[in-house]
Design a protein around this ligand. Sequence first.
Ligand code: PEP
Ligand code: MG
Length: 584
Amino acid sequence: MTMSCHGLGVSASRSVAVGPAFIMSRRAYSATPGAIAPEAIAAELARLDGALEGARAALRAVRQQVPVPTPLSIADLIDTHILMLDDVALVDAARELIRQEACSAEWALERQRDALIRVFDAMEDPYLRSRRHDVDHVVLQIQSQLRGEGQPDLLDGQDLSGWVVIAEDLAPADAILLGQRGAIAFVTEHGGPMSHTAILARSLNIPAVVGVHRATDYFRHGETVVVDGTTGAVLADLDPATLAHYHERIHALEERRAALQRTAHRPSVSLDGIPIALHANLELPTDAPVARANGAAGVGLYRTEFLYMNRTDLPDEEEHLAAYLEVVEGLAGIPVTIRTLDLGVDKQVDTVGAHCPPACNPALGLRAIRLCLQEPELFRPQLRAILRASAFGPVRLMVPMITSVAELEGVLALIASVRHELTAEGLAFDAALPIGGMVEVPSAALCARALARRLDFLSIGTNDLTQYTLAVDRMDDSVSYLYDPIHPAVLRLIRLTIDAGQATGTPIAMCGELAGDARYTRLLLGMGLRELSMQPGALLDVKEIVRQSDISVLESRVAGLFDRLDETDAGRLVEEINGGLHPA
Ligand code: PEP
Ligand code: MG
């Protein structure tokens, strides 16, 4: 049988794998409602406590197996899962249900899990929403203890060399362990492009396809499957010729990757001598070494949301500073663009929710810079830390989700007051610290001149710009067929922003996913962009295109494109611009 899913999240790692399917079905235990005798309540509570203890021991054992240099803080995530075993909202609430409703521990846990997941699902921030999986994983652990199964099967040390793991879902720790055991690809039924499995697969360069509904039912254990991380297809029942084709592709991709790696430190300059700054996007400080290995000339987007995740308190100034210095000092000498908080946080999200009727759209609500301006005690420690980090190396500050000049002026006033404060306290910072804003909503692109006049740089965030221009939720699978970053409307807004940069002498960068897609590098160069920031794994592919491009030719090709944008398929126009060049 053959099945495929759309490419969202799948192209996280543009690689391909062929191997036997290892079906890892751990269908969540579905408890049935059932009363227990009132005199059995105490024993049921003790049973739950025993299961919690067992789950704690199992997770600690997993934690010890996590290799020290992992691309993500997996150990921290497992610690978080261990902490969740004591979580009031999960465990105490389940205890209360057992007491009040005289139900089984399994049933109480399942009800509480569903209640918490509903809260996470309602969150607008994709990262926070993906935290629902943590609740799921922790409950699964406890339930497997309640059933007396001990650790789930995948932790039993089985050698998975050469196998393609097909699972309902994978916890980050599972993904690491499976990778260590030799798994060559992951396919999951759940999870989006922001899921940890996808992020991990991207940093490990393991092909992964997520969101393949019912994959564990459709594929058979042991049958040969192809996981095509470039298209998001998972294929089975292939004839020998097709299989041979995929084996050849894998071989070619491996050779290409090795060859590209040897070019990591070649300059990023076009054929006609124009330097193009290729920068890295960092999700976590631990991404910095990959950025360096792939020759990043700077960090164009250091997302700081990780500082607020998996915790109930807020990070303080010193914690911010330590996270920034880890990157600034680790990448000594290259500019690091630190983006201020881009989400609604813990209780702020709850507070916002309380004022927001159920029908309101959180993507249009109190988020990112809007939230920061309303909650200065949330924002000030971050601003102070970014400024203080600038005393240790080249730092740039970038503000997300700007929608108007008035809002920007509010931010600039706050930054000015933080500067005065630091000066008064005798704390060092770079007085010339560049301040930039992201162009992520149509209003910012349409008012880009006014914004550019007040800022040192702008960076186009195409992920959100596409979402807001086309009214397509970037996380919603059901409308992903409409999500098109090269839609004429999006391209026109990009063009407006670049024009505003040229008119005001303000550098314009791009840091959305579009910037790291080598198919569009020539389009972006031809439109006038000279700084592109992307996930570190894309740097070498994009640089190869830069080095093979004559920008003066591209500029004239692109000039003719805008007249035909509405009449011709954008994909065809891009092919014309690429002039027969087919990046892998
Ligand atoms: C964007 O919106 O393009 C962007 C880079 O920001 P994020 O993906 O973090 O929203
Ligand atoms: Mg964004």
